[in-house]
Design a protein around this ligand. Structure first.
Ligand code: CDT
Length: 312
């Protein structure tokens, strides 16, 4: 038995005017709650220190840069690392990363229980667009503000388990899970900011968005026989609603816990990493069953090419 008590720390809205210090105070309260609940690992959402700024078109690069962190930990987040160490809780947090050589990434990190950063992931599947789009009901400018991640899909040894990270839109791509599945991943943690509506389709309901989130996460967990913990930033940010629906999913693809609110809310679940073994040795024993001689297109072609040669 390799049990890890996991906390999924869903966060309610962060307004554009909120300071990082105010946000970290909320995260400390969630960490204290997690300590009382016996958690050993707590996952916070994508871009959890700020509002979801890619919804705003910002022309001034200095203003863009103000939404990013140039080091981690830094003055604002040091209290979080200190509290995590004091509680002996490993954490995973998402933030905008500005590197010393001026590159911008949508990043998630993972610590051990002593608050040492032992893993980093930079979001690979960036949704949205890179120029102001007047046709959309709201903007989603991730392709403008971030470069695609350059670290692949690494898996890290932490707390006697193999752990990996995804970020938001990545959860909709089976290739992302499989890259980690092929490294034996047992726990995938991810944060998200999912607008409650589709900026290009007014008919798409929040319930449908929630369904698609669960569908993707449950499939990723089942098809790789891994736990998946998906954590939202939720609620109304300056008039822009985000879905909640954070989940902890078993290696069978079953939802074990699901958030009920759109606010700061902690889900707690004891997860035995040994429960990933059966699926990995049977229906998803990759070595016995995968047929890579037929998977060539997946790594060589992005868009659709029909059998008659026309491109989709
Ligand atoms: N943050 C993020 O990746 N959100 C996307 C919205 C997709 S619509 C442009 C998501 O997949 O939830």
């Amino acid at each position: 038995m390799r049990e890890i008590v996991i906390g999924a720390a869903q966060m309610g809205p962060i307004q554009r005017a909120d300071t990082r210090e105010a946000v970290v105070a909320r995260m400390l309260a969630l960490l204290d709650q997690a300590k009382d609940a016996g958690c050993q690992l707590v996952i916070f959402p994508e871009l959890c220190l700020t509002t979801f700024f890619p919804r705003w078109y910002i022309a001034d690069q200095a203003e863009v840069d103000s939404w990013f962190e140039t080091e981690m930990p830094n003055a604002a987040t040091q209290p979080l690392f200190n509290r995590a160490r004091a509680h002996s809780i490993a954490i995973s947090i998402g933030y905008g990363e500005l590197t010393p050589d001026g590159r911008h990434f949508n990043t998630q990190i993972l610590t051990d229980r002593q608050a040492n950063i032992i893993g980093k992931y930079r979001k690979i599947h960036l949704p949205g667009h890179d120029e102001y789009d007047p046709e959309r009901s709201f903007q989603h400018l991730e392709k403008r503000y971030f470069a695609p991640g350059d670290l692949g899909f690494p898996v890290f040894r932490n707390m006697d388990a193999w752990m990996g990270m995804l970020i938001c839109n990545d959860r909709r791509w089976p290739e992302a899970y499989r890259e980690m599945g092929l490294q034996g991943v047992e726990l995938i943690v991810l944060g998200y900011n999912t607008p409650s509506g589709n900026s290009q389709n007014a008919d798409e309901t929040p319930e449908m968005r929630d369904f698609h989130s669960d569908l993707s996460v449950q499939a990723g967990a089942y098809q790789n026989s891994a736990f998946v913990v998906a954590v939202a930033k939720a609620g109304n940010e300056d008039g822009h609603p985000l879905n909640g629906g954070s989940v902890i999913v078993s290696p069978d693809g079953v939802i074990l816990q699901k958030a009920k609110t759109l606010g700061d809310e902690l889900l707690v679940q004891a997860c035995d990493m040994d429960a990933t073994a059966f699926g990995k040795a049977s229906v998803f024993d990759f070595k016995r069953h995968r047929r890579i001689e037929h998977y060539g297109r997946i790594a060589t072609q992005t868009g659709v090419i029909y059998p008659d040669g026309k491109e989709g």
